[in-house]
Design a protein around this ligand. Structure first.
Ligand SMILES: Nc1nc2c(c(=O)[nH]1)N[C@H]1C(S)=C(S)[C@@H](COP(=O)(O)O)O[C@H]1N2
Ligand SMILES: [Mo]
Length: 162
């Protein structure tokens, strides 16, 4: 009986791994969950983000080689779309990294929730699916420790408090 169970688990293992790797590419899978101040959870897919006004820029970063094009939605655009007034935000990444910030500290009009890098989705290994990123080359004011610390890769959750 036990042996049968073991074989069943072993048989399922490769499937499980395949499914996990395929998940980020599925258009219907939520890549970012935003919980608003009322506790309502908004699960956003790549398609949801693509339907909003887009922002793109090309910049170098201290974490990548050469100029990179990032495309996505600014934090301001997203919060406006959700009609979610924000005082404080807790932003969490898949690797456990977590930042709590007052809205102004994030520069919401400049903070890009990028879901495409050089035109392609970013895998978890490639700092995706969402990377909160700034146009570092566009303005030296973004090249500060606070903004670097705001530049959360593998971002998957935002919790809003008024
Ligand atoms: N997901 C995730 N994003 C992150 C971090 C992290 O550990 N995980 N570190 C942050 C901090 S504190 C800084 S200063 C910058 C730079 O981190 P690095 O010096 O490790 O490259 O990335 C930020 N984004
Ligand atoms: Mo940091």
């Amino acid at each position: 009986m036990r042996r049968v169970l073991l074989w069943m688990i072993l048989a399922l293992l490769p499937l499980g791994a395949t499914a996990q790797e395929a998940a980020p590419a599925r258009a219907t899978a939520a890549i970012l969950t935003v919980t608003d101040a009322a506790g309502v959870r908004h699960r956003l897919t790549r398609e949801d983000l693509a339907a909003l006004p887009q922002t793109a820029f090309t910049t170098t970063t201290v974490w990548t080689e050469g100029a990179q094009e990032f495309q996505g939605v600014t934090l301001l655009t997203l919060l406006d779309h959700l009609s979610a007034p924000a005082g404080r935000l807790v932003l969490s990444a898949a690797n456990g990294y977590r930042v709590e910030r007052r809205m102004e500290e994030l520069l919401p009009e400049a903070a890009l929730l990028a879901y495409l890098r050089n035109g392609a989705p970013m895998s978890l290994r490639d700092k995706g699916p969402v990377w909160l990123i700034y146009d570092f080359d566009g303005d030296p004011k973004y090249r500060t420790e606070v903004i670097y610390a705001n530049s959360i890769w593998q971002l998957d959750r935002i919790e809003i408090a008024e």
